[in-house]
Design a binder for this molecule. Structure first.
Ligand code: GAP
Length: 544
């Protein structure tokens, strides 16, 4: 992971936000190459989900044909949206603070991660020390050393007494644990506060007066924009259920512990689609989107050995969800056997449309969704009161559509594609000496630059011919790059490192017979082509 982070900085993919001021935790800037890569990821998603979608054909595996439309909603929405969606009451993590070191922890990330020391042979005494959850393995060794010092036990004697308890294995209550926990950097046990709720929405104020009633939130997901515009889309577009509304854009979450590069950030981009269907067909549609979204990542280059589709257990489901499956990727920062979430595909039932009609819903004792009421018997959070029921003018049926939601993260997808693409090998230079090579084997659709035009030397008309070819690529709408500095092997390696799939070399022969060589980044194969055919060739390769 360190190598990938270093490459991202070195070649201008991703920088720390506000780096010259020391950075801002949980915020990132995409550099000149990163912005192109992420745009290509989003563009591939938008085209595959919306613009290239054909409502007159039934995609393989789908229960029927369907329509797709897009939206671009505001980042700040009416506060009532978040009350009815459940985010106002439920969108929180448990956090715990160390009173001594002032460090803050997400409780689910530290729970159970203690080193356990039996102080003496007679003693029932047990002490627990928390490891650094960010780097559990490195943290364990460090913690063991510090635990020995702290409890004044010899490492050799204590070795057998140390146990590494993974989350879920601790059989005593967090309250009991916390009294004995020494947090990293603290000098005594029991400095952890009891876990408490922390709402992840960023709060802001609308207007100049800034009273409590002017409080608003930056959206924590793009999804709600699609639900509140359901009726607008129905009334203005010629769509019938089943159909999908998609949106991509920024979301904000005040994550307690942003980490793992861009994987968990406080500002990130989502690519979400809400698919409205008949309740009787919703399970079939859920299956369809679950499988289709998994295939999307495979078809853009993620290896099947590092990608998996995991169904949530019942106790993992969100408050609204009837079923959810995650597309997950084994990022390099994951522990062996662990995966990180790329996308969740959720069957949300009729929770969202009903909540925005009737008021915030909760499950009652029988497991059914009902409007949550306050002590006065009125809805705790009032819905819009608008009629979001769908009327099928052919079957004459009125119903609240069910929703299947594939919710992806553009930053996480971009990071996964970068991680998968990163390879190191060695290639011979002009003298035949092996030179180490870093190569990003990105899918050509995602590569920031598709083709580099490289005159072999900076004389004899080669730069002029190369420049003309480069300009023709630009006119054809193919992102290209012109480079005439340094030895040709070095220039190839520069392009390999940023994932350019093809390089075109203009050499002495080019001036005589109007041919150029086309080099493939992955196979390293070189073929000679007429210069007037090379744009068509690259365009054909890009179409796959
Ligand atoms: N509307 C449902 C929803 O927002 P989610 O699982 O919370 O579901 C969807 O988010 C996707 O958004 C995740 O699978 C992930 O790719 C991305 N995402 C969520 N939180 C993120 C964060 N803090 N940093 C980067 N990406 C995040």
């Amino acid at each position: 992971m360190d190598k990938i982070v270093a490459l991202c900085k070195r070649r201008g993919f991703i920088f720390q936000s506000s780096e010259i001021y020391g950075g801002l935790n949980g915020f990132w800037d995409y550099g000149p190459l990163g912005v192109e890569l992420k745009r290509n990821v989003k563009e591939a998603w938008w085209r595959d989900m919306i613009t290239n979608h054909d409502e007159f054909s039934t995609p393989s595996g789908a229960p029927s044909a369907f329509s797709m439309v897009g939206l671009d909603c505001s980042l700040i929405m009416h506060p009532q949206v978040w009350k009815c969606s459940g985010h106002y009451d439920l969108f929180h993590d448990m956090m715990s603070d160390c009173r001594e070191t002032k460090r803050r922890f997400r409780f689910d990330q530290i729970r159970g991660r203690w080193v356990h020391v039996e102080k003496d042979a007679r003693g029932i005494h047990r002490y627990f020390m928390m490891t650094d959850a960010d780097t559990p393995e490195a943290g364990l060794e460090d913690t063991v050393v510090r635990a020995c010092k702290f409890f004044d036990v010899r490492r050799k004697d204590a070795e057998a007494a140390f146990t590494w308890q993974s989350p879920g294995l601790v059989g005593i209550t967090p309250k009991d644990n916390l009294a004995h926990v020494v947090t990293p950097g603290a000098t005594q046990p029991g400095t952890m506060t009891e876990p408490r709720e922390f709402n992840l929405m960023f709060k802001t104020t609308i207007g100049a007066l800034g009273g409590a009633e002017d409080a608003a939130f930056l959206r924590p997901e793009t999804a709600q924009g699609m639900f509140v515009n359901f009726k607008n889309v129905l009334d203005t577009q010629r769509v019938r259920v089943p159909f999908g509304i998609a949106q991509m854009g920024k979301s904000f979450r005040n994550e307690i512990t942003p980490r793992n590069f861009t994987f968990r950030s406080r500002e990130f981009e989502q690519m979400e689609m809400e698919f409205f269907c008949h309740p009787d067909q919703s399970r079939a549609w859920y299956q369809y989107w679950r499988d289709r979204r998994y295939q999307w990542y495979l078809s853009h280059g993620l290896g099947s050995d590092r990608l998996r589709l995991r169904d949530h257990a019942a106790d993992e489901l969100s408050h609204y969800s009837v079923g959810t499956a995650d597309v997950e990727y084994a990022f390099p920062f994951c522990e062996p056997g662990e995966f990180g979430e790329l996308e969740g595909v959720a069957h949300r039932g009729d929770f969202d449309l009903r909540s925005h009609m009737e008021g915030k819903l909760v499950r009652d004792a029988s497991g059914c969704l009902a409007v949550e009421t306050g002590p006065d018997g009125k809805p705790r959070h009032q819905g819009s009161g608008k009629d979001l029921v769908y009327f099928d003018d052919q079957s004459r049926e009125r119903y609240v559509p069910h929703v299947i939601e594939p919710a992806a993260g553009a930053d996480r997808a971009t990071l996964a594609f970068l991680c998968e693409a990163y390879h190191e090998d060695a290639q011979p230079d002009e003298k035949g000496d092996l030179q180490p090579r870093v190569v990003l084997k990105l899918h050509p659709r995602l590569s920031p630059i598709k083709v580099a035009v490289l005159p072999l030397v900076k004389k004899d008309g080669m730069p002029e011919l190369g420049l003309e070819l480069y300009r023709n690529f630009k006119r054809a709408g193919i992102p290209s790059y012109f480079d005439q500095q340094a030895a040709i092997g070095k220039r190839y390696r520069r392009q390999d490192e940023i994932g350019t799939p093809w390089c075109i070399t203009v050499d002495g022969q080019s001036l005589q017979d109007q041919t150029v060589t086309l080099r493939d980044r992955d196979s390293l194969e070189q073929v000679r082509l007429p210069v007037n055919k090379v744009i068509d060739e690259i365009a054909a390769r890009l179409r796959g």
